[in-house]
Design a protein around this ligand. Sequence first.
Ligand SMILES: [Zn+2]
Length: 97
Amino acid sequence: MSVIAIIILVVGLAYAFHCFFSANRIEESEARALADWEALPTIDQYLEGTDGSGRGCRCTKCGSNSMRNRGLFSSADPRRQFNCNHCGTVLYRNTTA
Ligand SMILES: [Zn+2]
């Protein structure tokens, strides 16, 4: 086997290991994000914890009623997470059909 063939083999193996372990890290990161999302209260659970003053859904930390609605992994993801648009606090989750 020539030296060049050995170099190509070593570089190829290193690249394959790099791809394999990078993919594992992404899967672990997504699994953590999903677990964090599932641990959030639902909108109904969140509203049960508010004062029930009828002023609509507000941030329990700063009182703002401005929410940012984003998908868990993409803008089209039906698993939605709502953050306070004022202080950034993660408030609750919801799922669209
Ligand atoms: Zn807030």
